[in-house]
Structure formats: structure tokens, C-alpha cells
Design a binder for this molecule. Structure first.
Ligand SMILES: C[S@@+](CC[C@H](N)C(=O)[O-])C[C@H]1O[C@@H](n2cnc3c(N)ncnc32)[C@H](O)[C@@H]1O
Length: 300
């Protein structure tokens, strides 16, 4: 059955990963220290979701996302992604998911969530200059423009629509049910396999090239206390912008979703993570089905 037929009939299209044994590398370090251990142009594709600003306390010194002022957060990420550009192949692609938020409206502290302890912050950043209480901050686009300014090619925004989004308690605006994923490249010309991510048409009778609104349910990962990537969000990014045997990098590795998708599709991976607990989670997750796939952990 061809890939197109399989999509139309709803069969799962499995990549030829069973035959390919690769390597994974978790670097247990702060992101800039971890990146410093990687060679120039040594990865083909980057997929990542950095901590959102002012949303969660990951409880580790040096964490990104806890900066008191929004411009500091943007600057910190631009510096991180500058070094990511160094390690990315010249024809490589960088996929970035980053969440937005509302100004605090004068509140200074948020109670820990019953389900998500990491959500509690012992401070809440002031309303950024130029914004008012209740304003949507527009953090993803601020970061996207800053990265474009820093030299990245901003190729597209993708709307990640979450059909199973949580209800919100607010009654004076629509419930937010989407986030953005940005696709950046290092160069004008780059490697992108448009046929690797064909999708069924709306009536299911044909296929078409993947569009820029992706419907993907959120997927909790048992052990993690924070927002993990759904595997279905990561997969098209990796399939379109790398080949089996290439190296995929996630500089904010968390529970290791990018590693899992890379491994299951015959790619190698490098993940950088600061938090001891999450390194352990990722290690357990990636050792579960490694069958010859070699995963090493280093601490520079
Ligand atoms: C949104 S989570 C990533 C979740 C990941 N995509 C997954 O699927 O599990 C962001 C991660 O960045 C890590 N982090 C925060 N600051 C960091 C830093 N300075 N260096 C490395 N990792 C950091 C946090 O510990 C957290 O695991």
C-alpha cells in the first residue's frame, strides 16, 4: 500500500525505524553549557518548547522563564537560539513552540494547581511596560520577531489547534485553545521534504500537502508535572526536516518527547535538560524500548 493510500484508509504509516539503530544523547546541563559541548553544524533539525514566561516554576537555579521582566526572557532565548544556529546544519530547520499569557492584572502570586504543582509561582511578574491588566502579551510573536531580527529566516507560523483544550474559568473572552509553532531556517535554501507529511483532505478521499493549522490533542505524559509535547505535534516537524540517521536536537528536553519521536523514526537525538528529575524521567522513557538504540547521558 502506498503512503497516500494508507493515509486515505486510515492505516498507520510506520516509518522504517525497526531496522535502524541509532544513538541518543542526553546532556544534563544548563542549556548554554550543553550547547557549548556540541560541534558547529552537527544537527539537522531542532524541535523545542522552552519554558513559557512567568508560567511555571521548575524549581532549579538557572532556569529560563523566571526572569522578572519580559525583555530579559526574550533576550535569554535569543541568546540560546543564537548558539542553536551555530550547531544547526546550514540547510537545517528549527521548529519552536512557545506559549502566550495574559498580564497579571495586579496579582502577585498564583496558588499551586492541584494537578500541576509546577504551576505555582511564588511571584508573578509585573505587567510589562506598555501593557495593561488583562492584555494578551503576544510573547510568541515577540520572540519570533526578535529571532528574525537576530538572523533566522521566519518561514511560517503553524497554529496548533487543541481539540481537547481545557476549559477556562474566564467568561469575558473565548477560551484559548491554540498555540503557535514557528518554523525557522538558518539559510534561504534548506532541506525540507514536503512529501513526508502529506495529510488526508477534508473529505478523506484524497491527500494534500500539510497545511498550517494542525489539530493535535494534548497528551499528558504520566510522570511529568509540566506541559509535554504531544508526539503527533513533533512527528511532522522531524519527518519534514530530517532523514533517518540525522541528528535532531531539543535544547529544552523535559521528559524527552523529541527523543522518543526521533528514535521511533530512525533519527539520532541530542537533548539538553537542566532539571535532575526530568533527566531521570527522560532516561526511563527512552530506555523503555531501546532495543539496541544506544542512549547515553553526560554531565559536562
Ligand atoms: C516546556 S518544558 C519542555 C517539555 C518537553 N517539550 C517535553 O515534551 O517533555 C521546558 C523544559 O526546559 C527546562 N529548562 C528550563 N530552564 C533550562 C535551562 N536553563 N537549561 C536547560 N533546560 C532548562 C525545564 O526544566 C523543562 O524541563
Amino acid at each position: 500500500m502506498s503512503q497516500k493510500q494508507a493515509l486515505i484508509t486510515g492505516s498507520v504509516v510506520a516509518a522504517s525505524h525497526e531496522a535502524h539503530l541509532g544513538t541518543g544523547h542526553i546532556v544534563h546541563a544548563s542549556v548554554l553549557d550543553g550547547l557549548a559541548t556540541l560541534e558547529d553544524e552537527s544537527v539537522q533539525c531542532i524541535v523545542t518548547s522552552p519554558p513559557y514566561w512567568g508560567l511555571r516554576d521548575y524549581g532549579v537555579a538557572g532556569q529560563i522563564g523566571a526572569e522578572p521582566f519580559l525583555p530579559q526572557y526574550i533576550d535569554a532565548l535569543v541568546a540560546v537560539f543564537d548558539d542553536c544556529r551555530r550547531v544547526l546544519a546550514n540547510d537545517g530547520v528549527f521548529w519552536l513552540n512557545v506559549g502566550d499569557g495574559y498580564t497579571s492584572g495586579g496579582r502577585t502570586w498564583r496558588q499551586a494547581d492541584k494537578k500541576l504543582n509546577a504551576r505555582g509561582m511564588d511571584y508573578r511578574p509585573d505587567t510589562p511596560e506598555g501593557m495593561k491588566p488583562k492584555d494578551l502579551m503576544g510573547v510568541p510573536w515577540m520572540l519570533a520577531f526578535a529571532l528574525r531580527e537576530a538572523g533566522w529566516y521566519l518561514r511560517t507560523d503553524i497554529v496548533w489547534n487543541k481539540p481537547n483544550a481545557n476549559p477556562e474559568s474566564v467568561r469575558d473572552r473565548p477560551t484559548r485553545s491554540h498555540e503557535f509553532v514557528f518554523m525557522f531556517t538558518k539559510s534561504l535554501k534548506y532541506s525540507y521534504d514536503v512529501d513526508a507529511t502529506i495529510e488526508p483532505s477534508d473529505d478523506g478521499k484524497k491527500t494534500r500537502r500539510k497545511r498550517s493549522v494542525w489539530n493535535v490533542n494534548t497528551e499528558p505524559y504520566g510522570e511529568a508535572h509540566f506541559a509535554v509535547f504531544p508526539t503527533k505535534l513533533v512527528e511532522p516537524c522531524i519527518l519534514a526536516s530530517s532523514k533517518p540517521g540525522d541528528v535532531v536536537l531539543d535544547p529544552f528536553f523535559g521528559s524527552g518527547t523529541v527523543g522518543q519521536v526521533a528514535r521511533n523514526n530512525g533519527r539520532n537525538f541530542v537533548g539538553i535538560e537542566l532539571n535532575d528529575e526530568y533527566v531521570e524521567i527522560a532516561k526511563r522513557r527512552l530506555h523503555q524500548r531501546s532495543g539496541g538504540y544506544d542512549v547515553k547521558i553526560t554531565k559536562p
